[in-house]
Structures are given as C-alpha cells and as structure tokens.
Design a protein around this ligand. Sequence first.
Ligand SMILES: Cc1cc2nc3c(=O)[nH]c(=O)nc-3n(C[C@H](O)[C@H](O)[C@H](O)COP(=O)(O)OP(=O)(O)OC[C@H]3O[C@@H](n4cnc5c(N)ncnc54)[C@H](O)[C@@H]3O)c2cc1C
Length: 368
Amino acid sequence: MIIIGAGSHGLSLAYHLFKKDISNITIIEQKRIGYGSSGRNASRYRYHFYSKDNIEFAIEGIKYLYKEAKDLEYNPLLYRTGYLWLLDDKYVETFRKLDSLWEKYNIKGKFINCNEFEYLKKDGLCYFAPQDGAFHHDYINYSYYEKIRDKYNIIISKASKIHVENNRIKGVILEDGTEIKDDTVVVTAGAWSGEIFKTMNINLPIYPDKKEIYITEDIKFKIKPLIIDFNDRIYFSQTLKGEIIGGVEDEAEKTQFQHFSISLQNTIHFLKSIRNLIKDIDGIGIMRGWSGYYEMTPDHSHVMGYSNSWPEGLYVDAGYSGHGMMFAPFSGHIMADLIADNRKSKFIDIFSPERFQKKKLIDEKMVI
Ligand SMILES: Cc1cc2nc3c(=O)[nH]c(=O)nc-3n(C[C@H](O)[C@H](O)[C@H](O)COP(=O)(O)OP(=O)(O)OC[C@H]3O[C@@H](n4cnc5c(N)ncnc54)[C@H](O)[C@@H]3O)c2cc1C
C-alpha cells in the first residue's frame, strides 16, 4: 500500500496499520514529516460544530484522542480550556439555536457577560463552552513517526501522478519519473489532495485557504479558553508557557497555493486586536508568525473512504477544513479498519466523497 503525505493523517493511518501487523507500506512525502498543516496548527480541539455529523464525529474523535494519548510515545499535553465566543448582536440568535442543539449532545455551554473573565476589556455577551481544549500536535505526529520510521519505506519526493489502468490503481509516479508499483493508494495530502486527484482526471473539491498564525512573547498565564471574535476576525489563547497564540482570518479566502509567508498588515491587526481586548499587555510583541493551509471543501467537512466511481484501490482521508489535527488519531483508526479489515464505520458513509456528486452536502458553517 502507498500513502501519499506524511502529515498527521498519513502517519496516523500508517501507525494504525502497523498495529494490525500490515507490512509493505510506502509513505511518499514531498518535503518532510509534518511539513503541511500538521506542523503549523493551533492544536485546539472542540465538540462545538454546526452540523450533527461533525458534532458526532467530534464526540467519538475526542474520546479516541484522549484514549490514544495514554498509549503514545510522547505526551500530547491534552487539557480542557474551553472556547469563549465574543457575541455580537448578529450572532446571538444562531448561538441560541446551537446551544439547544449542543444540549442534546451533553455539550451545552452558557451565555455570560464577557467581563466575568477579568482579564478581558470587553463588556457584553459571551458564550462559553467549557468542554473544549488544547493539546500539542508535534507530540502526536512524532509519536506516530517514531513507531513506523524503521518499519515502513519512507520516500521524500513529490508524488507527481497516480498511475491508473483499466480503472485499477497501478502505482505512483514520483517527480523523477520512477514508479512505485502497488494496487492500493491512500491520499492523505491535506490541502494538496485535490491536485493529486486531478492527475487522474478526478474532481475532488479540496482546495487551500492560506491562514496566518502568531505567537507573542510570554506573559503570566491567564487566558485559558480559546477566544473567538468573529467580528474582528481573530482567535487566540495562551500556551502553557504563557505565549499568546492566535490567528487572523483574511476577509477573502486565499485559495491559491502561495509562499508560507505572513503579512505585516495581518500581524499588526492581530497585535492591535489582542491589545484592545486584553488588560495589561500594552507593550507585548510578536515572537514569531507563520502560515499554513486550511484544506477546504465546499461543505467545510472532511472526505474519507472511497467513491464507487473511482478506480479500484484508491482511498482518501483529507479536507478537514481547518479542524483536522484533533481528528488524526480517530481518522487513522477508522481508515485502517476500512482498508485492512473491510470494517466500515458509519462515518465512512457520512463523510464519503460521493456526497459532492449526489449534492448531499453537510450543513457545516463553523470554521474557526
Ligand atoms: C493556522 C492553522 C491552525 C489550525 N488550527 C487547528 C486546530 O486548532 N485544531 C485542529 O484540529 N486543526 C487545526 N488546523 C487544521 C489541521 O492542521 C489540519 O486539518 C491537519 O493538520 C491536516 O492534516 P493532514 O495530514 O490531512 O494534512 P497535512 O498536515 O497538510 O499533510 C499533508 C502532507 O502531504 C504532503 N504532500 C502534499 N502533496 C504531496 C505530493 N504530491 N507528494 C507527496 N507528498 C505530498 C505535504 O507535504 C504534507 O506533509 C489548523 C490549520 C492551520 C493552517
């Protein structure tokens, strides 16, 4: 079997296959382990989605994340922080509806005055969901990598084409023209997955949306939840070390592959916004900033499994639209069950790529 992409999803799949004693696996990675979003994210987890499908996936996924954390080589530092939304009038009605939905799943939050969080300068309505939390992505990625690095064949090269003949997978052609032959290929290439499918003339609607993220110098720990201000287009929280970590949402999606740079304009926007919202951080500076891609789909939900219209032996697990790090352990587990044991979780049907052809999209609006 060939896995294209050594981000958290490719590594998690490889690790779960290794636990099933599956041999002969080749992982093809274009740059380095964790080069994509799995090495560039904010490492938060949440149950609070807009659609029932994603809420149910999160409930199972986070349960698995906590269970898996105990078995991993390195401790991913999972902890509950909560999520705090600063609500403008226009979002209150939506949050009232969501609160009723979330109550059915035992993940109800509460409407409170923002000034109950004494470090905030804001007075007004907030919604606090205490169940959500944080972790550290590197420990997940490298725990998986440690386990499989000597067992599987890892090739650092770009997969430039998937070779298909008579509607069957034959192998993957690397950028130097070498072909790695195999009858099964799993695409876990994050934002690049749509491009790889194009090499087989298959339209899989996964595209990049570039996001910037920053870390400030460290201050005394006080901001526990992830704070989201849709109006100002920012989110932030604090790392255990005390740095403020957060990002800015561009007004328009940046749907082309671009340099992983950050803009001065967005950096200043972030810095001004956190200084306006948090007490006593007037002179705080940015230590570093970077960017990465949200791997978007038209319904902001991921794609896993296969399509009956695809060549035999072709699978995908990608398109997590900015919330896929927390799901890597669970998705690797489900995908390994499917590919190695032909055991199909209900989520394989729900998040099937066929929903795009059938125009049965998931109603997910909550991208953070
Ligand atoms: C700024 C930011 C903040 C985020 N915050 C969170 C968060 O708080 N919580 C959360 O759960 N998620 C978050 N995410 C989303 C999360 O990071 C991703 O959903 C997740 O990492 C996707 O993992 P992946 O393995 O599918 O893709 P990736 O990690 O992108 O891995 C894909 C890999 O495929 C390789 N590849 C691509 N094309 C080819 C090719 N042709 N040949 C060989 N290799 C190839 C790439 O080099 C890459 O290493 C965030 C993302 C960003 C950018």
